[in-house]
Design a protein around this ligand. Structure first.
Ligand code: FES
Ligand SMILES: [Fe+2]
Length: 365
Protein backbone atom coordinates (compact mmCIF):
# COMPACT_ATOMS: atom_id res chain seq x y z
CA UNK A 1 0.00 0.00 0.00
CA UNK A 2 1.97 2.96 -1.26
CA UNK A 3 1.86 6.12 0.80
CA UNK A 4 3.20 8.85 -1.39
CA UNK A 5 1.81 7.90 -4.77
CA UNK A 6 1.51 11.19 -6.46
CA UNK A 7 0.95 10.63 -10.10
CA UNK A 8 0.05 14.31 -10.17
CA UNK A 9 3.71 14.98 -9.43
CA UNK A 10 5.00 12.97 -12.36
CA UNK A 11 2.84 14.22 -15.18
CA UNK A 12 3.05 17.84 -16.28
CA UNK A 13 6.73 18.71 -16.11
CA UNK A 14 9.19 17.15 -18.52
CA UNK A 15 12.84 18.07 -18.26
CA UNK A 16 15.83 16.76 -20.23
CA UNK A 17 16.07 13.01 -20.68
CA UNK A 18 18.79 10.64 -19.46
CA UNK A 19 20.57 7.75 -21.13
CA UNK A 20 19.07 4.55 -19.74
CA UNK A 21 20.71 1.35 -18.56
CA UNK A 22 18.96 -1.68 -20.03
CA UNK A 23 19.50 -5.36 -19.29
CA UNK A 24 19.05 -5.05 -15.56
CA UNK A 25 16.33 -5.47 -12.94
CA UNK A 26 13.92 -2.68 -12.07
CA UNK A 27 10.88 -2.75 -9.76
CA UNK A 28 7.74 -2.48 -11.91
CA UNK A 29 5.02 -2.42 -9.27
CA UNK A 30 3.98 -3.77 -5.87
CA UNK A 31 2.66 -7.30 -6.14
CA UNK A 32 -0.29 -6.47 -3.85
CA UNK A 33 -1.67 -4.79 -6.98
CA UNK A 34 -1.86 -8.18 -8.73
CA UNK A 35 -5.28 -9.72 -8.24
CA UNK A 36 -6.51 -13.12 -9.35
CA UNK A 37 -7.54 -13.13 -12.98
CA UNK A 38 -6.73 -9.42 -13.38
CA UNK A 39 -4.06 -7.64 -15.41
CA UNK A 40 -2.11 -4.64 -14.17
CA UNK A 41 -0.02 -2.19 -16.15
CA UNK A 42 3.30 -0.50 -15.45
CA UNK A 43 5.82 1.60 -17.35
CA UNK A 44 9.57 1.00 -17.13
CA UNK A 45 12.20 2.82 -19.19
CA UNK A 46 9.45 4.01 -21.51
CA UNK A 47 8.24 0.45 -22.13
CA UNK A 48 4.57 -0.21 -21.35
CA UNK A 49 4.13 -3.53 -19.54
CA UNK A 50 1.24 -5.78 -18.68
CA UNK A 51 1.84 -7.61 -15.43
CA UNK A 52 -0.09 -10.36 -13.66
CA UNK A 53 0.04 -13.43 -11.49
CA UNK A 54 -0.82 -16.87 -12.84
CA UNK A 55 -3.01 -19.21 -10.84
CA UNK A 56 0.10 -21.17 -9.83
CA UNK A 57 1.46 -18.02 -8.17
CA UNK A 58 4.10 -17.08 -10.74
CA UNK A 59 4.29 -13.42 -11.68
CA UNK A 60 4.80 -12.43 -15.29
CA UNK A 61 5.41 -9.35 -17.41
CA UNK A 62 4.99 -8.83 -21.14
CA UNK A 63 5.30 -5.83 -23.36
CA UNK A 64 1.78 -4.40 -23.32
CA UNK A 65 1.33 -4.89 -27.03
CA UNK A 66 -0.26 -7.67 -29.05
CA UNK A 67 2.17 -8.98 -31.69
CA UNK A 68 -0.73 -9.09 -34.18
CA UNK A 69 -1.82 -5.44 -34.40
CA UNK A 70 -0.28 -3.81 -31.36
CA UNK A 71 -3.34 -3.21 -29.21
CA UNK A 72 -2.37 -3.28 -25.52
CA UNK A 73 -2.84 -6.79 -24.17
CA UNK A 74 -4.00 -5.22 -20.90
CA UNK A 75 -7.34 -4.43 -22.59
CA UNK A 76 -7.88 -8.15 -22.99
CA UNK A 77 -8.86 -10.94 -20.61
CA UNK A 78 -6.88 -13.09 -18.22
CA UNK A 79 -8.26 -16.33 -16.83
CA UNK A 80 -5.34 -16.99 -14.51
CA UNK A 81 -3.45 -18.99 -17.14
CA UNK A 82 -3.78 -17.30 -20.50
CA UNK A 83 -4.00 -13.72 -21.66
CA UNK A 84 -6.52 -13.24 -24.46
CA UNK A 85 -6.25 -10.27 -26.81
CA UNK A 86 -9.46 -8.30 -26.98
CA UNK A 87 -9.15 -7.62 -30.73
CA UNK A 88 -9.02 -11.05 -32.43
CA UNK A 89 -8.82 -13.30 -29.40
CA UNK A 90 -5.29 -14.67 -29.76
CA UNK A 91 -4.37 -16.46 -26.55
CA UNK A 92 -0.94 -16.23 -24.94
CA UNK A 93 0.78 -18.12 -22.16
CA UNK A 94 2.11 -15.07 -20.28
CA UNK A 95 5.38 -16.40 -18.75
CA UNK A 96 6.77 -17.49 -22.13
CA UNK A 97 4.63 -15.21 -24.30
CA UNK A 98 3.87 -18.18 -26.53
CA UNK A 99 0.69 -17.94 -28.60
CA UNK A 100 -1.46 -20.99 -27.89
CA UNK A 101 -4.49 -20.23 -29.98
CA UNK A 102 -5.53 -18.13 -32.98
CA UNK A 103 -9.31 -18.49 -33.12
CA UNK A 104 -9.60 -17.40 -36.78
CA UNK A 105 -7.49 -20.26 -38.16
CA UNK A 106 -9.48 -22.76 -40.19
CA UNK A 107 -8.75 -26.30 -41.35
CA UNK A 108 -7.31 -24.72 -44.51
CA UNK A 109 -4.60 -22.83 -42.59
CA UNK A 110 -1.12 -24.22 -41.99
CA UNK A 111 0.07 -21.48 -39.66
CA UNK A 112 1.45 -22.85 -36.40
CA UNK A 113 0.23 -20.39 -33.75
CA UNK A 114 2.79 -21.64 -31.22
CA UNK A 115 5.63 -20.24 -33.36
CA UNK A 116 4.33 -16.77 -32.53
CA UNK A 117 5.37 -15.01 -29.32
CA UNK A 118 4.26 -11.91 -27.49
CA UNK A 119 7.32 -10.36 -25.83
CA UNK A 120 7.49 -11.88 -22.38
CA UNK A 121 10.05 -10.24 -20.12
CA UNK A 122 11.75 -11.91 -17.11
CA UNK A 123 9.78 -11.07 -13.97
CA UNK A 124 10.46 -12.17 -10.38
CA UNK A 125 8.86 -11.36 -7.06
CA UNK A 126 11.06 -10.18 -4.16
CA UNK A 127 10.12 -8.17 -1.08
CA UNK A 128 6.68 -7.42 -2.53
CA UNK A 129 8.05 -5.90 -5.74
CA UNK A 130 7.58 -7.41 -9.19
CA UNK A 131 11.13 -6.98 -10.55
CA UNK A 132 11.41 -6.88 -14.31
CA UNK A 133 14.58 -7.47 -16.33
CA UNK A 134 14.26 -4.73 -18.93
CA UNK A 135 15.78 -5.76 -22.26
CA UNK A 136 17.53 -3.27 -24.51
CA UNK A 137 15.62 -1.83 -27.46
CA UNK A 138 15.63 -4.17 -30.43
CA UNK A 139 16.83 -7.17 -28.45
CA UNK A 140 14.64 -10.01 -29.60
CA UNK A 141 13.62 -13.12 -27.72
CA UNK A 142 16.30 -13.99 -25.18
CA UNK A 143 18.38 -17.03 -26.08
CA UNK A 144 17.67 -19.78 -23.54
CA UNK A 145 20.38 -20.48 -20.99
CA UNK A 146 21.73 -16.93 -20.80
CA UNK A 147 22.38 -16.09 -17.15
CA UNK A 148 20.70 -12.95 -15.88
CA UNK A 149 22.10 -10.81 -13.10
CA UNK A 150 20.78 -11.81 -9.66
CA UNK A 151 17.39 -10.37 -8.69
CA UNK A 152 17.89 -7.54 -6.14
CA UNK A 153 16.73 -8.32 -2.65
CA UNK A 154 16.54 -6.50 0.65
CA UNK A 155 19.11 -7.83 3.14
CA UNK A 156 17.56 -9.27 6.31
CA UNK A 157 19.41 -10.56 9.35
CA UNK A 158 16.82 -12.84 10.89
CA UNK A 159 13.37 -14.32 10.39
CA UNK A 160 11.44 -11.82 12.55
CA UNK A 161 11.12 -8.28 11.27
CA UNK A 162 8.70 -5.58 10.32
CA UNK A 163 8.59 -3.97 6.90
CA UNK A 164 7.44 -0.76 5.27
CA UNK A 165 7.27 0.49 1.72
CA UNK A 166 7.13 3.96 0.20
CA UNK A 167 7.00 5.27 -3.33
CA UNK A 168 6.99 8.67 -5.01
CA UNK A 169 6.98 9.77 -8.63
CA UNK A 170 9.69 12.25 -9.48
CA UNK A 171 9.27 14.56 -12.47
CA UNK A 172 12.98 14.58 -13.30
CA UNK A 173 15.15 12.05 -15.12
CA UNK A 174 16.76 9.11 -13.34
CA UNK A 175 20.19 10.78 -13.09
CA UNK A 176 18.80 13.67 -11.07
CA UNK A 177 16.77 11.25 -8.95
CA UNK A 178 19.88 9.20 -8.16
CA UNK A 179 22.27 12.04 -7.44
CA UNK A 180 19.58 13.61 -5.25
CA UNK A 181 19.48 10.34 -3.34
CA UNK A 182 23.21 10.26 -2.65
CA UNK A 183 23.66 13.99 -2.14
CA UNK A 184 24.76 14.63 1.46
CA UNK A 185 24.52 18.42 1.37
CA UNK A 186 20.76 18.87 0.92
CA UNK A 187 19.81 17.23 4.23
CA UNK A 188 19.82 20.26 6.52
CA UNK A 189 17.86 22.32 3.98
CA UNK A 190 15.36 19.90 2.46
CA UNK A 191 14.81 17.69 5.49
CA UNK A 192 14.50 20.32 8.19
CA UNK A 193 12.37 18.91 10.99
CA UNK A 194 12.63 18.75 14.75
CA UNK A 195 12.86 14.98 14.70
CA UNK A 196 15.58 14.89 12.10
CA UNK A 197 18.02 17.75 12.16
CA UNK A 198 18.01 21.45 11.71
CA UNK A 199 20.10 23.86 9.74
CA UNK A 200 21.79 24.99 12.95
CA UNK A 201 23.18 21.49 13.47
CA UNK A 202 25.35 21.63 10.33
CA UNK A 203 28.87 20.52 11.08
CA UNK A 204 31.86 19.12 9.32
CA UNK A 205 31.73 15.43 8.39
CA UNK A 206 34.42 13.05 7.24
CA UNK A 207 33.33 9.84 5.56
CA UNK A 208 35.35 6.99 4.11
CA UNK A 209 34.32 5.50 0.79
CA UNK A 210 35.58 2.39 -0.92
CA UNK A 211 35.00 0.89 -4.36
CA UNK A 212 32.76 -2.18 -4.68
CA UNK A 213 31.65 -3.97 -7.84
CA UNK A 214 29.79 -1.42 -10.02
CA UNK A 215 29.40 0.91 -7.07
CA UNK A 216 30.83 2.33 -3.91
CA UNK A 217 30.41 1.91 -0.18
CA UNK A 218 30.33 4.46 2.55
CA UNK A 219 32.30 2.40 5.00
CA UNK A 220 30.89 1.29 8.32
CA UNK A 221 30.77 4.24 10.65
CA UNK A 222 28.88 5.48 13.66
CA UNK A 223 25.90 7.39 12.21
CA UNK A 224 25.50 11.13 12.58
CA UNK A 225 25.21 11.84 16.26
CA UNK A 226 23.08 14.90 15.51
CA UNK A 227 20.04 13.06 14.17
CA UNK A 228 17.33 12.00 16.56
CA UNK A 229 16.37 8.58 15.09
CA UNK A 230 19.96 7.43 15.34
CA UNK A 231 20.17 8.67 18.91
CA UNK A 232 17.13 6.54 19.66
CA UNK A 233 18.90 3.45 18.37
CA UNK A 234 21.64 4.06 20.91
CA UNK A 235 19.37 3.01 23.80
CA UNK A 236 20.47 -0.54 23.28
CA UNK A 237 23.86 0.48 24.58
CA UNK A 238 25.74 -1.19 21.76
CA UNK A 239 27.92 0.47 19.17
CA UNK A 240 25.84 1.40 16.14
CA UNK A 241 27.31 0.79 12.70
CA UNK A 242 25.97 2.00 9.39
CA UNK A 243 26.94 0.98 5.87
CA UNK A 244 25.57 2.60 2.75
CA UNK A 245 26.19 1.05 -0.64
CA UNK A 246 25.33 2.39 -4.04
CA UNK A 247 25.30 -0.12 -6.89
CA UNK A 248 24.33 0.32 -10.52
CA UNK A 249 21.94 0.78 -12.07
CA UNK A 250 20.00 2.49 -9.29
CA UNK A 251 20.23 0.82 -5.89
CA UNK A 252 21.10 2.31 -2.52
CA UNK A 253 21.29 -0.08 0.40
CA UNK A 254 21.52 1.18 3.95
CA UNK A 255 22.17 -1.15 6.84
CA UNK A 256 22.27 -0.13 10.48
CA UNK A 257 23.29 -2.69 13.09
CA UNK A 258 23.66 -2.52 16.83
CA UNK A 259 24.32 -5.93 18.35
CA UNK A 260 21.50 -8.20 17.20
CA UNK A 261 19.25 -5.26 16.34
CA UNK A 262 19.15 -4.15 12.74
CA UNK A 263 17.51 -1.90 10.20
CA UNK A 264 17.88 -2.49 6.48
CA UNK A 265 16.57 -0.54 3.51
CA UNK A 266 16.76 -0.76 -0.25
CA UNK A 267 16.02 2.39 -2.20
CA UNK A 268 15.80 2.40 -5.96
CA UNK A 269 15.30 5.22 -8.44
CA UNK A 270 13.74 3.73 -11.54
CA UNK A 271 13.34 5.39 -14.92
CA UNK A 272 9.65 5.41 -15.82
CA UNK A 273 10.49 7.20 -19.06
CA UNK A 274 13.75 8.80 -20.21
CA UNK A 275 12.72 12.05 -18.48
CA UNK A 276 10.78 10.89 -15.41
CA UNK A 277 11.50 8.48 -12.59
CA UNK A 278 10.08 6.94 -9.44
CA UNK A 279 11.68 6.37 -6.06
CA UNK A 280 10.81 3.21 -4.11
CA UNK A 281 11.94 2.48 -0.60
CA UNK A 282 11.55 -0.88 1.09
CA UNK A 283 12.71 -1.28 4.65
CA UNK A 284 12.84 -4.06 7.23
CA UNK A 285 13.89 -3.89 10.86
CA UNK A 286 13.82 -5.78 14.11
CA UNK A 287 14.60 -2.78 16.31
CA UNK A 288 11.75 -1.85 18.64
CA UNK A 289 9.98 -4.95 17.42
CA UNK A 290 7.54 -4.87 20.32
CA UNK A 291 6.68 -1.19 20.19
CA UNK A 292 3.03 -0.96 19.13
CA UNK A 293 2.18 1.26 16.15
CA UNK A 294 5.83 1.54 15.19
CA UNK A 295 5.18 0.56 11.59
CA UNK A 296 2.60 3.32 10.97
CA UNK A 297 4.81 5.81 12.78
CA UNK A 298 7.84 4.81 10.72
CA UNK A 299 5.75 5.05 7.56
CA UNK A 300 4.51 8.48 8.53
CA UNK A 301 8.01 9.85 9.05
CA UNK A 302 9.43 8.01 6.04
CA UNK A 303 6.64 9.39 3.86
CA UNK A 304 7.30 12.89 5.09
CA UNK A 305 10.99 12.48 4.31
CA UNK A 306 10.37 11.18 0.79
CA UNK A 307 7.76 13.89 0.25
CA UNK A 308 10.36 16.55 1.06
CA UNK A 309 12.70 15.14 -1.58
CA UNK A 310 9.83 14.88 -4.02
CA UNK A 311 8.69 18.48 -3.51
CA UNK A 312 12.22 19.73 -4.02
CA UNK A 313 12.62 17.73 -7.21
CA UNK A 314 9.31 19.05 -8.56
CA UNK A 315 10.73 22.54 -8.09
CA UNK A 316 14.04 21.50 -9.60
CA UNK A 317 12.27 20.04 -12.64
CA UNK A 318 10.72 23.44 -13.21
CA UNK A 319 14.23 24.86 -13.57
CA UNK A 320 15.58 21.94 -15.60
CA UNK A 321 12.93 22.49 -18.27
CA UNK A 322 15.05 25.34 -19.58
CA UNK A 323 18.16 23.17 -19.91
CA UNK A 324 20.48 25.19 -17.67
CA UNK A 325 24.14 24.26 -17.43
CA UNK A 326 24.87 22.66 -14.05
CA UNK A 327 27.87 21.91 -11.89
CA UNK A 328 29.22 19.18 -9.64
CA UNK A 329 31.54 20.38 -6.89
CA UNK A 330 34.03 18.59 -4.58
CA UNK A 331 33.61 16.77 -2.16
CA UNK A 332 29.89 16.81 -1.55
CA UNK A 333 29.22 15.99 -5.21
CA UNK A 334 31.93 13.35 -5.51
CA UNK A 335 29.48 10.43 -5.17
CA UNK A 336 27.50 11.94 -8.05
CA UNK A 337 30.66 12.05 -10.15
CA UNK A 338 31.37 8.40 -9.34
CA UNK A 339 27.83 7.53 -10.34
CA UNK A 340 28.21 9.16 -13.75
CA UNK A 341 31.59 7.48 -14.30
CA UNK A 342 30.27 4.05 -13.26
CA UNK A 343 27.28 4.47 -15.53
CA UNK A 344 29.47 5.44 -18.47
CA UNK A 345 31.69 2.41 -17.81
CA UNK A 346 28.60 0.15 -17.90
CA UNK A 347 27.33 1.76 -21.10
CA UNK A 348 30.74 1.50 -22.79
CA UNK A 349 31.36 -1.97 -21.32
CA UNK A 350 34.86 -0.90 -20.21
CA UNK A 351 34.50 -2.25 -16.66
CA UNK A 352 36.55 0.75 -15.49
CA UNK A 353 36.02 1.85 -11.89
CA UNK A 354 36.46 5.55 -11.11
CA UNK A 355 37.98 4.83 -7.67
CA UNK A 356 41.29 3.08 -7.15
CA UNK A 357 41.03 2.60 -3.41
CA UNK A 358 39.62 4.05 -0.23
CA UNK A 359 38.88 7.77 -0.29
CA UNK A 360 38.03 10.19 2.48
CA UNK A 361 35.51 12.89 1.70
CA UNK A 362 34.76 15.98 3.76
CA UNK A 363 31.70 18.16 3.73
CA UNK A 364 29.47 20.08 6.04
CA UNK A 365 25.91 18.90 6.57
S1 FES B 1 -4.49 -7.45 -32.35
FE1 FES B 1 -4.35 -8.94 -30.83
S2 FES B 1 -5.28 -10.65 -31.75
FE2 FES B 1 -5.29 -9.19 -33.31
FE1 LIG C 1 16.71 13.63 0.60
Amino acid sequence: MPLVTTTEAGVPIQGPSATLIYDDWYPALRTDRLHQGKLATAMLLGIPLVVGRRDDGRVFAMRDSCPHRGIPLSYGWFDGNRVTCRYHGWEFEPCSGRCELIPSLSSHDHLDATKIYASAIPCEERDGHAWVYVPGPGSGKRAPGIELRPVPELVKFGPRYRTAFLTADLPCNVDHGIIGLMDPAHGPFVHQAWWWRSRASIREKTKKFEPIAEGFRMSAHAPSANSAPYKLLGVYGQPVETTIDFVLPNRRTEIIRAGDKWFSSLTTVTPVTASTCRIDVIAAWNVFYWVPFLTPIAKFFGAKFVRQDQETMIQQAEGLRHNPSLMLIDDADKPAKWYFALKQARLDETGKHPMDGQVELHWRS
